[in-house]
Design a protein around this ligand. Structure first.
Ligand code: OGA
Ligand code: MN
Length: 286
């Protein structure tokens, strides 16, 4: 049976039916999926009971994988990032534990890896254990948000560069969340504020919780602009909310959407997700 792509919201997200991601696929199938990803920013696959190896193999069909950072508390140098509220022994991590607070940075709107000079191209999340309620993930279209801006605003934003850092994101949660090693490995970086997705030529706003201020602007003024643009981009009309079922696999293009996790009763229910990521093609500023 052929694959079908069903749009979920006007501006963002589509469900992909008729494919088993755990099986090998032709280059033609990946080309079709890539086009769907560029077009919809988020692809949803249901009922994909896959191993980590199968997830890695499927991710590789889209391009070069990124290994997690050595100092990342939830990666540790492999291909799989475990986004989970359980420890190695499968015990719940208390909500007030530093590890839970660190992960709650995911609940702020962000684009994966924007705190790195070469940010991540795309991410894929496989739901292993999901809570009975809450714990959704929301996605906001940065393309639709840019396209809907008044022309004068677009002109004003052209050429602006923002500073992004891990420290700025986690400072919004609590002080002292980053280990010394992780902080050292993640110095502030710069990214263009308006970013063109090379395959489509479409422009997207590149904002999110890692972005702190605008280079060359007075700090307050820059952070106010970034906040305004973040609020603009995450209006309900640009957002898809994914309610997870076990064995859902969701892939998104970090260049054209933001995402955030939503809270759940994390002191009671487990939530275990496995993430793979695709490496970016280069810095956004020259
Ligand atoms: C991620 C992420 C949010 C969530 O995996 O990159 O931000 O809802 N996840 O788990
Ligand atoms: Mn993320």
């Amino acid at each position: 049976m052929g694959m079908t792509i069903l749009p979920l919201e006007e501006h963002i997200a589509a469900e992909v039916r008729g494919i088993e991601v755990g099986s090998p696929h032709s280059e033609e199938t990946f080309a079709q999926l890539r086009r769907a990803l560029y077009r919809h920013s988020v692809l949803v696959f249901h009922d994909q009971d896959i191993s980590d190896e199968q997830q890695v193999a499927f991710t590789r069909g889209f391009g070069r994988l990124q290994v997690t950072m050595a100092s990342d508390p939830y990666g540790g140098g492999g291909f799989i990032n475990r986004i989970a509220n359980v420890d190695e022994e499968g015990r719940l991590i208390p909500p007030r534990d530093k590890r839970s607070l660190y992960q709650s940075g995911n609940n702020l709107w962000h684009s994966d890896g924007s705190f790195k000079a070469v940010p991540l191209r795309a991410s894929m999340l496989s739901a292993k254990v999901v809570p009975p309620r809450g714990g959704e993930t929301e996605y906001a279209s940065l393309r639709a948000a840019y396209a809907a801006l008044p022309d004068a605003r677009k002109v004003q934003l052209e050429g602006l560069v923002a500073e992004h850092s891990m420290a700025h994101s986690r400072a919004q949660i609590a002080p002292g969340l980053l280990t010394e090693a992780f902080r050292k490995e993640t110095p502030p970086v710069r990214h263009v504020l308006v970013r063109a997705v090379p395959e489509t030529g479409e422009k997207a706003l590149y904002v999110g919780s890692y972005a702190s201020h605008i280079i060359g602007w007075e700090r307050e003024k820059g952070s106010a602009l970034l906040k305004e643009l973040l609020d603009w981009s995450t209006q309900p009309r640009f957002v898809y909310r994914h309610r997870w079922k076990t064995n859902d696999l969701v892939m998104w293009d970090n260049r054209s959407c933001l995402h955030r996790g939503r809270p759940w009763e994390n002191g009671i229910y487990k939530r275990i997700m496995h993430r793979t990521t695709l490496a970016g093609d280069g810095p956004t500023v020259s």
